[in-house]
Ligand binder design. Structure first.
Ligand code: DOR
Ligand code: ZN
Ligand code: ZN
Ligand code: ZN
Length: 368
C-alpha cells in the first residue's frame, strides 16, 4: 500500500556539543563505533568529542592519535577538542574545534590550577566545566555553591578577556541567573536533559543517577523550564560508564539515545516547540562554535533528523547502541520518536537500524 502521508517531520541535523566518546583505553565504556552509532540512533548528526579520555587529550601527539582514531570509524560527523590545564604550548600546536577546561576535578581528574590563564591562552572557544575545585574538595557532594562560585569566576574572566566561552551543563537556578544577568554576547551555556527532567529526589532513589554536576532541587529544574527561552544550548553530556564503574561510584549519565525524544515528548506536552529544539541543537551550536559546512543556507551539508511526532515508544536500554545499556528513563513511555537520520545526503539510520559504513568526517571551525 502506498502511504502518501506518514505524518513525519524534517528537522535540520541536530548537533550535540557535549559527548564523551571514550575509546582509547576505555573501550569497555564506549568506542567511537558504539558512541557515534548511538548518536545517529538518537537523531544526532554531529557530536562534539570530549577530551577527558584515557590518556587525556593534553598534548599534540594524543590529539593526532584522537584524530586517527576517529578517522574512518565515526558514524557521525565530529568536532574535536583539546584539554587545557597548564599545557598552553601544546594547545597552540593543534587545530581543535574547541578547548575544554575543568575548573574542578571530574571524570579523569585533571583540572586547571589557574582558570583565567588557561582560558586566556586558548587558541579558540573554551568550553568550561564550572565546579569550584576547593569547594568540591571540602564538599564532595558538590552543593550548588560549587557551581555558582565557579560560574562567577568564569564570568569575571570572560568580562576581562572578552573571548568566546561556553559554560557546560549549568544545573542551578543561581548559576543560570548570573549568566543571563551579565548577558555577555561571547558567553553561552548548555543545559542537559537530565537536569531538565530529573531532580535530586531521583538520585536519592537510585544512586546510579550520580552525575557531575549533581541533579538539583525541583526549584532549579522549574526555573530552567520557566526560563527555557534563555537557554542557548541543550547538550547531553553523554557519559558512558560500565555497570561495574557505575556501581563503584563513577559519575555520568548516557543521553544520546533519549535526548531528542525527551524534547519531542515535551513538545507534544506543549512545554516547548520544535523551533526551540532546532535553535538549541542546530542553529546555536553552529553560530556559537563557528561551524562551517552546517546550517540551513544554500550549499550546506544535507544533514537531517526526521521525526514522527505521533509515535509512542518505551525506552528500552537493551535496544541502545551505546555500551552504557542503562537509562534514567528506562521503561518510560515517550510520544515522539526519531525515525530517520540523514548525514550529508545518505540515510544513515532508519527505524532503529544503522545503515552502511562509518561516514562521519571531522568538522572544522572558522567562518567562510
Ligand atoms: O558526570 C560527569 N561525567 N560529569 C563530567 O563532567 C564528566 C563526565 C564523564 O566524563 O564521565
Ligand atoms: Zn563536565
Ligand atoms: Zn562532560
Ligand atoms: Zn523501534
Amino acid at each position: 500500500v502506498l502511504q502518501i502521508d506518514r505524518g513525519r517531520i524534517v528537522l535540520p541535523g541536530l548537533i550535540d556539543v557535549h559527548v564523551h566518546l571514550r575509546d582509547f583505553r576505555q573501550k569497555s565504556k564506549e568506542t567511537i563505533r558504539t558512541g557515534t552509532m548511538a548518536a545517529l540512533h538518537g537523531g544526532i548528526t554531529t557530536v562534539f568529542d570530549m577530551p577527558n579520555t584515557d590518556p587525556p587529550i593534553t598534548n599534540s601527539e594524543t590529539f593526532e592519535f584522537r584524530q586517527a582514531t576517529l578517522r574512518g570509524k565515526s558514524y557521525a560527523d565530529y568536532f574535536l577538542s583539546f584539554l587545557i590545564a597548564g599545557n598552553c604550548e601544546e594547545a597552540k600546536k593543534v587545530q581543535a574545534g574547541f578547548y575544554k577546561i575543568f575548573m574542578g576535578a571530574s571524570t579523569g581528574g585533571i583540572y586547571s590550577e589557574d582558570f583565567e590563564s588557561d582560558y586566556a591562552c586558548a587558541p579558540g572557544i573554551v568550553s568550561v566545566h564550572a565546579e569550584d575545585a576547593r569547594i568540591i574538595r571540602e564538599k564532595p557532594e558538590r552543593p550548588p555553591e560549587a557551581e555558582v562560585r565557579a560560574i562567577k569566576e568564569a564570568l569575571e574572566a570572560a568580562e576581562r578577556l572578552k573571548k568566546p566561552l561556553n559554560i557546560c551543563h549549568v544545573s542551578t537556578a543561581d548559576g543560570m541567573k548570573l549568566i543571563t544577568k551579565k548577558n555577555l554576547p561571547w558567553v553561552s551555556f548548555e543545559v542537559t536533559p537530565h537536569h531538565l527532567f530529573l531532580t535530586r529526589k531521583d538520585y536519592e532513589r537510585n544512586p546510579l543517577f550520580k552525575v557531575y554536576p549533581p541533579l538539583r532541587r525541583e526549584s532549579d529544574r522549574a526555573f530552567m523550564w520557566k526560563n527555557f527561552s534563555k537557554i542557548p544550548l541543550i547538550a547531553s553530556d553523554h557519559a558512558p560508564h560500565t555497570q561495574e564503574d557505575k556501581e563503584n561510584g563513577a559519575a555520568g549519565i548516557p543521553g544520546l539515545e533519549t535526548e531528542v525524544a525527551l524534547l519531542l515528548d515535551a513538545t507534544n506536552r506543549g512545554m516547548i516547540s520544535l523551533k526551540d529544539i532546532v535553535e538549541k541543537m542546530h542553529t546555536n551550536p553552529i553560530r556559537i562554535f563557528g561551524i562551517r559546512n552546517k546550517g540551513l543556507e544554500i550549499g550546506k551539508d544535507a544533514d537531517f533528523t526526521i521525526i514522527d511526532m505521533k509515535e509512542e515508544w518505551v525506552v528500552k536500554p537493551e535496544e541502545f547502541y551505546t555500551k552504557a545499556r542503562w537509562s534514567p528513563w528506562e521503561g518510560k513511555k515517550l510520544r515522539g520518536k526519531v525515525v530517520m537520520t540523514v548525514l550529508r545526503g545518505s540515510v544513515v539510520m532508519e527505524e532503529d537500524e544503522i545503515i552502511g559504513k562509518p561516514r562521519g568526517v571531522k568538522i572544522n571551525a572558522g567562518k567562510g
